[in-house]
Design a protein around this ligand. Sequence first.
Ligand SMILES: C[S@@+](CC[C@H](N)C(=O)[O-])C[C@H]1O[C@@H](n2cnc3c(N)ncnc32)[C@H](O)[C@@H]1O
Length: 397
Amino acid sequence: MTKYKFSRNDSVQFIKYMGSKTKILPFVIDGIEDIYEGGIICDLFSGSCSLSGALATQAQIISNDIQSYSAVIAKAYLTDWNDETITSKIIIDIAEKYHYEHYSSLIKKYQYPENLNLVSFNKIEKLNQDLINQSFSSKWHLFTKYYSGTWWSAEQCTWIDSLRKAIEDFKDNPAYNTMLGSLMYAMAYNSQGTGHYAQYRDAKTISSMNDILIYRRKNIKDYFTRKFDDALEKLPLKANILNHEVLTLDYLDCLRNLKKATIYADPPYCFVHYSRFYHAIETLVLYDYPILQHKNSTIVKGRYRDDRHQSPFSIRSKVKGAFSEMFKLISDNQSSLVLSYSDTGMIAFEELLTLANTIFLNHTITYKSLDHLHMTMGRKDDRDRNVKEKLIIVKPN
Ligand SMILES: C[S@@+](CC[C@H](N)C(=O)[O-])C[C@H]1O[C@@H](n2cnc3c(N)ncnc32)[C@H](O)[C@@H]1O
């Protein structure tokens, strides 16, 4: 049988994502081509949806991830289209009107003037952070209240809220998810952190203060406009006809509902939970004023959602069981699997391979390796850790 051939399409990128497969997509797609015989491809842990985006016009996709922000990005790639009724200017005009009415006087008190010293800078930061104790009467104030003085300044938060409100006015527009994705992009590139939302930086020296100030002075509206204009131009002018589906299920529930398919599984590799690193965009999407996590009756510094998901793939005592259950369900319905993992994961690659061999009795199992500089997003010492990305490829006999 001749090998299936997908073209390697680039998609618009909305977020910086830990463990994103964007850079190694040719390797992943090559693994899928080894076993694909048509039909549905299920991107089981889709994250920033690099695979779903790349194959959007080439196969029927089910994109699944437990996080709601992933569903927004998946829909931006798979189901959004441009009916030409919307432009960035229309959205910005609405946001500016809302901002003027609700925030124009508030932001004057939270500015960062020129020539600050460390002490006065940190006083302003604290003033911004204390907005968490303020009451607001307007409906759209979640970021201003919860996140001022953290990854963003109060002023940037007022623009995140105003744009979020403007976008919600277009809930029925076919480019709605592309709008939200563009706001996620603006948030990522204006944030003073390293691309995720696990911890924001404190200014302990003049040099860190100056670096933080660069981000504090960036403009959310400009970044939103740039990304949305670009993304809108790349959207199709008609709805995609491939019957894609976007789900926010636990991976086991997704597998239980799935018919025979080709499954691409890219579960978390390490002990950090995605829900901690990306809680701010989860909250942007849900916009539900979540209860924040407390420790000793104080809100924790990272202001995480209290209800955030804990993945078994990131808990050493649960990871093997998590893989076993996944393998059993895939084996039972005679699906094919391409599994991404690294040689620095929570379970040794050899152990994973042995586990696959004990569960997939009527399948053929092969594997491939690729040397890859893994993006660990700012964690000290191992920023550009050299890991071997691997694929386990499983095909029913
Ligand atoms: C390595 S990332 C996937 C990266 C993705 N392939 C990409 O290119 O962006 C792992 C993903 O698994 C998701 N996840 C973790 N536990 C899950 C679970 N129990 N069910 C579904 N998704 C889960 C996380 O939210 C995260 O997005």
